[in-house]
Design a protein around this ligand. Structure first.
Ligand SMILES: Cc1ncc(COP(=O)(O)O)c(C=O)c1O
Length: 371
C-alpha cells in the first residue's frame, strides 16, 4: 500500500466491526402486488386524524419544528400520566436506543442484551465504543437468571425488548422487577416496549412504573407499530430527570420533524384507532399461530404483532426454501439468521387477505413435499 493510501480518515475500528442493520425486504422481483409482512408495520395504517395533521403541515414547511417536541411530550404526559419534562422524543425509538448508549457507555464498559434480542442494541453498544455481552435465552425467551449471571463490574447498560423482536416472547412484570432488583444501581435498564400495546396478558407491564420511580430505568416506546406511523420516525422514552437531561445535551436539536410531532399528537388523540389495531391483532395473532401450528410448522408463542415460524430439523421444511416459496406468491416475510435463528422466519400479522393467503401458501408448501 502506498503512503498516500494510508493518509485518509480512519473510522474507529469498533465502527468497522459493526454489521449494519439490514431492514426487512419490501418487494419481490417479478411480483406486482406483494404483501409486506417483514417489518411489523400496522396492517390498519395510521389514524385518518394523524394523516390530516401531517398534511396540514405542508403549509409551513419553511419553519423549523419545535426542537423540544413539547406538544407531543405534553400529550404523552396527559395520555400516560407522565411528567412531560421526563419524556424524551426520538427520530424513532432507534435513535433513543443509540443516544442512551452514547450517554452511558465508554470504551471498556459492557452493554448487555439477550441472545435473540433486537439487533439495534449491539450496534448502539459498539458504536459507543463499548463491548456487547450476550446472555443465553431459554426457549427463545429472555432469562433473568442468565442476564444477571452476565452482569459484571463493567456493565453499564442492559437492553431488554419486552416483548422481544424477533421472537415475540415476553417476560411478566414480576420477572422485570427481579431483573431490576438484581442490577447494580449504576447500571441503566432500558425496557424497550415497542410492542406493548399488543400484549393482552394480565401479568405484563411496559415498565412505566419502574421508569417513573427508579433512577436507573428507562422505558422506550414507538409510533411505528400500533400507531401505523413508521414512515414518520417517532419514538419516545420515559425515565428519570437526570437521564432526560443528559440525553437532551446530545440529542440532535430538531430530531422530530413538525409533521411527525403533529401526526403523533393527533394519533394519541384517536383512541378508537388504537383500539381497532389492538382488536385486529387480538383476532388474527391467535388464528395465525394456531393455523400455522396445525400445518406442523413450529410457532413460538407471541405476545406481539408478529409470529416466529420454525422450519428445519425440529419442524418441517427449510426456512430459506419457505421464504422463496412465499415470496414467489407475493408474501414477504423476514429471514432472521442475523438473530441467530437461521431456520426461522418472522411474519407480521397482516390484513385478512394476507393472513389467509400466507396460511394457504404454507399449506401448499407443506403439501408440495418441501415441507
Ligand atoms: C424491539 C424494537 N425496538 C425498537 C424498534 C425501533 O422502532 P422505531 O421505528 O421506533 O425506531 C423496533 C422496530 O422494529 C423493535 O422491534
Amino acid at each position: 500500500m502506498s503512503a498516500a493510501a494510508l493518509l485518509r480518515p480512519e473510522p474507529r475500528p469498533e465502527i468497522l466491526a459493526i454489521d449494519a442493520y439490514v431492514p426487512g425486504k419490501s418487494r419481490v422481483e417479478g411480483v406486482a402486488k406483494a404483501h409486506k409482512l417483514s417489518s411489523n408495520e400496522s396492517p390498519l395504517g395510521p389514524s385518518p386524524k394523524a394523516v390530516e395533521a401531517y398534511l396540514a403541515c405542508a403549509r409551513s414547511l419553511a419553519v423549523y419544528p419545535d426542537g423540544s417536541a413539547r406538544a407531543l411530550r405534553e400529550t404523552l404526559g396527559r395520555r400516560f400520566g407522565l411528567d412531560p419534562l421526563r419524556v424524551l422524543c426520538g427520530n424513532g425509538s432507534d435513535e433513543i436506543i443509540a443516544l442512551l448508549a452514547q450517554v452511558f457507555l465508554r470504551p471498556g464498559d459492557e452493554g448487555l442484551y439477550s441472545e435473540h434480542g433486537f439487533l439495534a442494541y449491539p450496534i448502539a453498544i459498539r458504536a459507543a465504543g463499548a463491548t456487547p455481552v450476550v446472555a443465553k435465552e431459554r426457549a427463545r425467551t429472555a432469562s433473568v437468571d442468565a442476564l444477571l449471571a452476565r452482569v459484571s463490574a463493567r456493565t453499564r447498560i442492559v437492553y431488554l425488548a419486552n416483548p422481544n423482536n424477533p421472537t415475540g416472547t415476553y417476560l411478566p412484570y414480576s420477572e422485570i422487577r427481579r431483573l431490576h432488583a438484581g442490577l447494580p444501581a449504576e447500571c441503566l435498564l432500558v425496557l424497550d416496549a415497542a410492542y406493548a400495546e399488543y400484549v393482552t396478558r394480565n401479568d405484563y407491564a411496559a415498565g412505566i412504573e419502574l421508569a417513573a420511580s427508579c433512577e436507573n430505568v428507562v422505558m422506550t416506546r414507538t409510533f411505528s407499530k400500533i400507531h401505523g406511523l413508521a414512515a414518520l420516525r417517532i419514538g419516545w422514552a420515559y425515565g428519570p430527570a437526570h437521564v432526560a437531561d443528559a440525553v437532551n445535551r446530545i440529542r440532535p436539536p430538531f430530531n422530530l420533524s413538525a409533521p411527525a410531532i403533529a401526526a403523533g399528537v393527533a394519533s394519541l388523540e384517536d383512541a378508537a384507532h388504537i383500539e381497532a389495531g389492538i382488536a385486529h391483532n387480538a383476532r388474527w395473532l391467535p388464528w395465525l399461530s394456531q393455523s400455522i401450528d396445525e400445518l406442523g410448522i413450529g410457532v413460538t408463542p407471541s405476545a406481539a404483532n408478529f409470529v416466529l415460524l420454525e422450519f428445519g430439523k425440529n419442524s418441517v421444511g427449510d426456512a430459506a426454501e419457505a421464504d422463496a416459496f412465499l415470496s414467489a406468491r407475493g408474501f414477504i416475510l423476514r429471514a432472521v439468521e442475523a438473530y441467530g435463528l437461521p431456520q426461522f422466519l418472522r411474519m407480521t400479522v397482516g390484513d385478512e387477505e394476507a393472513n389467509r393467503g400466507v396460511v394457504a401458501a404454507l399449506a401448499d408448501f407443506v403439501r408440495s413435499g418441501r415441507g
